[in-house]
Ligand binder design. Sequence first.
Ligand code: FES
Ligand SMILES: [Fe+2]
Length: 414
Amino acid sequence: MTAAETMLRALRDRREGYALTQPFYTSADFHRVELDHLFHQEWMFAGHDCEVANPGDYFTLVVGDYPLIVTRDKAGQLHAHHNTCRHRGSQLCDAPRGSVKRFVCPYHQWSYDPDGSLVRAKAMNLQPFDPKEFSLRPAHIESVGGYIFVSVAADPPDFAPFRDMVESYFTPFDLANAKVAFEDRIEENGNWKLVLENNRECYHCAGSHPELCRTFPEAPSFMRTTNNQGEGVIEQFWKAVEAEGLPSRFRIAESGQYRVSRIPLMNHARSYTMSGEPAVARRMGRVPDRELGSLMFFHFPTTWNHFLGDMVISFRVLPLGPHKTELVTKWLVNRDAVEGVDYDLKTMTEVWVATNAEDAELVARNQRGINSPAYEPGPYSLDYEDGVIQFIDWYARLMEARIGGGTGRLKSVA
Ligand code: FES
Ligand SMILES: [Fe+2]
């Protein structure tokens, strides 16, 4: 039996409402199947438009087996290129970000325009040589409301339903005119699903997150993954915020892959700070300074986000191996906000820097326990862990469809 067939059997045998069995968190073979059928097939959150605001700006990332360069050309068009030279395949660009006129390969100096075309290759004149045949190989790229997604699939899923769902939610924040004020990169010692599972519940919050619990409501009623929360307190909250021109209502893709929903914060907080006061004096886009809670946005498997009136915090999850996961957190603020004048970095970042560190420890401990041969999957709390159930159900359905020969193609719900 191949690893994919073994995984398919394990998915079909899985006990719903229970954690996955050990190989899903430990097996290099299962990880290989996930790269082939999930990370190399779906849209992955890469970064933000404002990180490549000008022609020649770029950043690099690695999606599974594929190193990529995201850049903007002279005409303002975004590109994702495979970060591998068309001469003899050297990695072209080593830096995490920067700005170039041309990408010059460090090996033999073949040079590429940001649009990917080969513009210089010295001494390649002794045989027929058409530079047009040696442009950088493209990957797919899309952007919506300041969020860039890439896909290395030959034929990625339709991006339009996702765009249609989230665009109006993102627009008021004007992320095209934002900047990354701070970035935090950590390598978590756990499987990528443990990182997402941990994010998808607040069952652990009261015991582990004293900083976050000052403002974030751990009550499960605000975190539901189905629309039956549209009653009472939350309904009143949505109505009031939508009256300010800010889409807020819970929406989820039929597949469960992505969703948006606004939640109120606790104790009249207006941002994720220790005091609950905004950390940044300048507002995001046209978002007023009121108790607007947090607009949460999720897209599996790579991102969760909090949109506040004074900053947007994005989180990007990418696997580095079966037991290692990269988490990159970015704090975006109004482009015109000045550090030391409009915001103080520590005040702005301390809640989520602390929360990330606490979560990283929880994930590492979860992984160590699952590594034991004595591990057996336990049941989820229906009340507090329905977000984990929803994530695992999405994952299981998608992997079953893809391994089983289906497309796992994703549709949105109006
Ligand atoms: S491998 Fe890039 S120029 Fe030779
Ligand atoms: Fe947490």
